[in-house]
Each structure stands twice: as structure tokens, then as C-alpha cells.
Design a protein around this ligand. Structure first.
Ligand code: CA
Length: 231
């Protein structure tokens, strides 16, 4: 695998082991030991993915995530959180992170999460063109070749997980899809994972593709069952 990964973490021992393993896997890494420096690098260096600790000096991970998302809605962010901080991951997801991993984690688990969240790089995207690899529902167009989404001909900036979630739902219009299925297909969680991850990402997606996120036209909640994309 290749790509540039920004590690924002103040514990040097964790940074060292992350860097060692990521470089071994073929990634390039950049490190920041506090939130301010991390946000600066995230904005100036355009990493392909960000690993973000929450408890950081100068600026905590939540503030980094919030500030980053104001300027950059797409770079995947994986939160590194301690197991006892169960609620933090939901707050992080609400602020725009894409995924989380709980410390202590295995490198195998981390690599799987990185792979699942890396944005696909696309060569010469056929911008906005409706081709055979396009999904169209109402005024929503998802181009699976270029990985672009348009709502009323306006491009919609989605993170990798928001995109995958929308793609899965648009691929099964008018069908109720359970949150378990979405976790498995979109997040590649097979035996674990938090259903709230799905709910939070749906909420964020609605804010980007619905005219009124409180009265969704496309992504409908099927209470107790899951979600459905209405054609
Ligand atoms: Ca820390």
C-alpha cells in the first residue's frame, strides 16, 4: 500500500511503533506531537489519511477534527481512543471523523482500518458524466468510476465512508438495509463495531445530500430495522 499518513499523537512510544509499522507497509508518514502542529500539517501537507489521538497538548483531537472539517471535508480521519473513553468515539464521529480504533490495538487491526478508509485515487475522472457505472436516484448521481457524487449537478464532498455508505444504499434502492449489514459492507466490521457509527455517518450524509436533513427525501430511517434509500 502507499500514501502519506499523518500521525497526530503525543505519546512518542506510540508514534514510533506506528511509524515503524506504516513505513514497513509502504506508507510515508508525518508526525505531530500536539494538536496545533497536527492541524497545521493536515492543512498544509494534504495527507491521504490522518490518525488522530484525542488527548493532545495545545489543542485536543476533537478541536482538531472540527477545525479540519471546516476546511477539508474529505481526508479520512481515524480516531485513536482508549477503551475506557467509550463515548469519545461517537463525539469524534459527529465532528467528522470516519472511523476509530481503540487502544491498545493490534497492527493487523489498524492496517485493516486504514485500508478500509483510504480514499481511492482515480485516474482521469469522467467528471459528472452519466455512464454505465453511475447510480442515479432522483437528483442524486453517484459516479462509481470517478467516485464523485452530484446533487442537482452540484458536486458533493464526501469522506470515503460517507461515499461507501451512499453507494451501498443507492445500489439497493427501496430496500431496507440493516445497520449490521452496513457495518459489514461499508466498514468491513465482521464481528464487532458500534451501530452508532452507522447512525452518525447517516446523519452527516443527510446534511450533505438532503435539502432538509430533518425531513429526509432520500435516506429514510426504518425504525428498529435500518435505513432505506427511497427512489
Ligand atoms: Ca494522548
Amino acid at each position: 500500500m502507499s500514501g502519506k499518513i499523518l500521525i497526530i499523537e503525543d505519546e512518542k512510544a506510540i508514534v514510533d511503533i506506528l511509524r515503524f509499522n506504516l513505513v514497513k507497509q509502504g506508507f510515508e508518514t508525518m508526525e505531530a506531537y500536539d494538536g496545533e502542529e497536527g492541524l497545521g500539517l493536515a492543512l498544509s501537507e494534504s495527507p491521504d489519511l490522518i490518525l488522530l489521538d484525542l488527548m493532545l497538548p495545545k489543542m485536543d483531537g476533537f478541536d482538531v477534527c472540527r477545525a479540519l472539517r471546516e476546511k477539508d471535508p474529505v481526508t479520512p480521519v481515524i480516531i485513536l481512543t482508549a477503551r475506557e473513553e467509550e463515548n469519545d468515539k461517537v463525539v469524534g464521529l459527529e465532528l467528522g471523523a470516519d472511523d476509530y480504533i481503540t487502544k491498545p490495538f493490534s497492527m493487523r487491526e489498524l492496517m485493516a482500518r486504514i485500508k478500509a478508509n483510504m480514499r481511492r485515487t482515480v485516474q482521469q475522472p469522467p467528471r459528472g458524466k452519466i455512464g454505465e457505472n453511475c447510480l442515479v436516484v432522483g437528483d442524486l448521481i453517484l459516479n462509481a468510476d470517478s467516485c464523485e457524487v452530484f446533487h442537482r449537478d452540484q458536486p458533493v464532498q464526501l469522506t470515503a465512508k460517507e461515499y461507501e455508505l451512499l453507494k451501498h444504499l443507492m445500489g439497493h434502492p427501496d430496500k431496507t438495509v440493516s445497520r449490521e449489514e452496513l457495518l459489514e459492507k461499508v466498514w468491513n466490521y465482521e464481528y464487532f463495531g458500534d451501530m452508532r457509527t452507522v447512525d452518525v455517518t447517516v446523519r452527516r450524509l443527510r446534511e450533505k445530500v438532503e435539502d432538509d436533513p430533518a425531513q429526509p427525501r432520500y435516506i429514510i430511517t426504518k425504525r428498529g430495522m435500518g435505513y432505506m434509500l427511497k427512489s
